[in-house]
Design a protein around this ligand. Structure first.
Ligand code: KIV
Ligand code: NA
Length: 270
């Protein structure tokens, strides 16, 4: 299987219609990427790794180095999906030149095909600058977690008319600037649908709408690795319970000396 490309992803939406929705999941490690790769169109090395992997309180402290290390692991573990790496907070907002420096560093270090950044109109010039210089960009509007200190929390967006207008305008600005796709996160459904109809490039929803051109979830949330997940996450499994049960078995076998058994020990040849 040859790796998908950014233009192929972009072309999945033709004249406003996406026949088969795009499948995206987050991945942070090589093994995780191996398991997800064949089932996905895109793997996102999200800065959500701050909370999921590092136990940080938000995505704000995530560094370029973290993104580079995990991005490289995910590229090594995949051969089919387009790998997109998040630009972390503070690595791209100051200027389009700063964004290019950070994004080119990530692409060089990881071998990923594209970056994602948060923000709409304010980032449009940057998106165009990067795209024209060889770096495809995925946008991200609505609930943008890097703006938690401005938004005041992680609540759904687009409930007031002015907020809804801003989300639509942000997505349009990114689309016009050449973004190849736009994540819509935590937005009331009618606005997610409006954005999906209003822009030419595919929308990828998370807490948005089944009518988006694709969907994304944080893999650990979807697998049930975490107790507390946002309302918009569907838990497809309860991996945390499986891990606990398995570890319980191991611990009790160590304590009663039934592990290691005959099959796991080496004996001298007779
Ligand atoms: O960091 C992340 O996991 C994301 C997705 C939730 C879209 O940005
Ligand atoms: Na992110």
């Amino acid at each position: 299987m040859k790796r998908l490309t950014v233009p192929k992803i972009r072309r999945r939406k033709v004249d406003g219609v996406t026949e088969e929705p795009l499948v995206m999941l987050t991945a942070y490690t090589a093994r995780q990427a191996q398991l997800l790769d064949a089932h996905c169109d895109l793997l996102l090395v999200g800065d959500s790794l701050g909370q999921v992997i590092y136990g940080l309180p938000s995505t704000i402290p995530v560094t370029l180095e973290m993104m580079a290390n995990h991005g490289a692991a995910v590229v090594r573990g995949s051969y089919h999906s387009v790998v997109v790496v998040d630009l972390p907070f503070g690595s791209y907002e100051a200027s389009k030149e700063q964004a290019f420096e950070s994004a080119s560093y990530l692409l060089k270090e990881t071998g990923a095909a594209a970056v994602k950044l948060e923000g709409g109109e304010a980032m449009a010039e940057t998106v165009e600058f990067l795209n024209k210089r060889g770096i495809p960009v995925m946008g991200h509007v609505g609930l943008t977690p890097q703006a938690v200190n401005v938004l005041g929390g992680y609540m759904a967006r687009g409930r007031s008319e002015s907020e809804a207008d801003k989300i639509v305008n942000d997505a349009k600005a990114l689309d016009d600037a050449g973004a190849f796709a736009v994540v819509i996160e935590g937005v009331v459904e009618p606005i997610a649908i409006e954005v999906t109809k209003a822009i030419a490039c595919p929308t990828i929803g998370i807490g948005a709408s089944a009518q988006c051109d694709g969907q994304v979830l944080v893999t650990e949330d979807m697998l049930g690795m975490f107790e507390r997940v946002p309302r918009f996450v569907k838990k497809y499994d309860d991996i945390a319970s499986m891990i606990e049960k398995t570890v319980e078995s191991y611990a009790s076998e160590v304590r009663d000396r039934s592990f290691p058994g005959e099959a796991q020990t080496y004996q001298p040849k007779k």
